[in-house]
Write a protein of this length. Sequence first.
Length: 378
Amino acid sequence: MISFQAKNREGKAVKNSIRGNLAVIIMAGGSGTRFWPASRENIPKQFLPICGPRPMLEESFLRVAPLADPDRFFVIINGRHHGLAEQILGKRGVAILDEPHGRNTAPCIGLGCIHVLKTLGNIPVIALPADSFITDEARFRDCLKRGVSLLQQASIVTMGILPTHPETGYGYIEKGTPLNVQEETAFRVRRFTEKPDGETARGFLASGNYLWNAGVFLFKPETMLKEIGVHLPQMRKGLDLIAEAIGTDQYPSVLEKVYRTTAPISIDYGVIEKTGEPIYVIPGDFGWSDVGSWSAVRELRAAERDEAGNLASGKTLLLHTRDASIHSQTNRLIAVFGLKDLLIVDTEDVLLVADINHSQELRRFPEMLKQKGWTQWL
């Protein structure tokens, strides 16, 4: 076992009773197409310092590191990014698991579960994405600790974010009966709703009974694998084949064969929204964002914006320009005059100019590049 003393960001030791009985799965296999052209197929956004000085994957690890030893972390990535993951986390002693093909979060979590079972047994697991942003990390960890405790009576626990506006790009969780009427710190989940339209989202916000789905789940691996078997039986058969091959020379070929024929599906659609097992949600108010667009980054880094609301990196000259966001990876001088809500992303081979209020739609550019066969810019 690798020696490791839990410390917070200030370097002070952290006492934690769950540390020796917890595993963490970090899902880092996404493509990050909404951050094109900075995010590419060979280096998607989770490997970039989008929200701060460190890559988002490293930030995600450090955020949860006080809760578990590093050899209890399972970071799941697309195999083409193994070198990037090694550069960022290789010296920290985590297990880096390659997926030969991106198949969304259900196979990802399933793969993590069979490795946790094989190496650590049926212990509580936290599964979380590598590309979220959390402002209050201590409060986030407190919510996770409560979630681990809840697994004594719930099969699956998730985190719900207190909504601040009628967002149509997030999934929603409807709260049911509170676990404790006096405290109301956790609720039985009544239902999940994926990305409602504007009118529905406004109704959800007004009701006060809905939370944003943060994509963070807590469970024991045997529970999750059982539910995958019920709702995604073909996927479970494939995972069983992979599990039998762990530690053998056959593992890479079996993994490739299973993933090649596995249909992509999210854990939300495939399992969480269908299960009859008790699911509880813990409302969280810890400054969460899924960092889903360049406009979200502009808001998250508001403290770095100038008096005109501009967020700029690199060599820039801005005149009569407001609320612009400029992300430069070159030494080129960028001069802007008389514009508002502008997004510029300048890389060595691509220059993007856009209305930042529509930056969610940037994922269409990689699709267009594939159609044209211009794969050198993917």
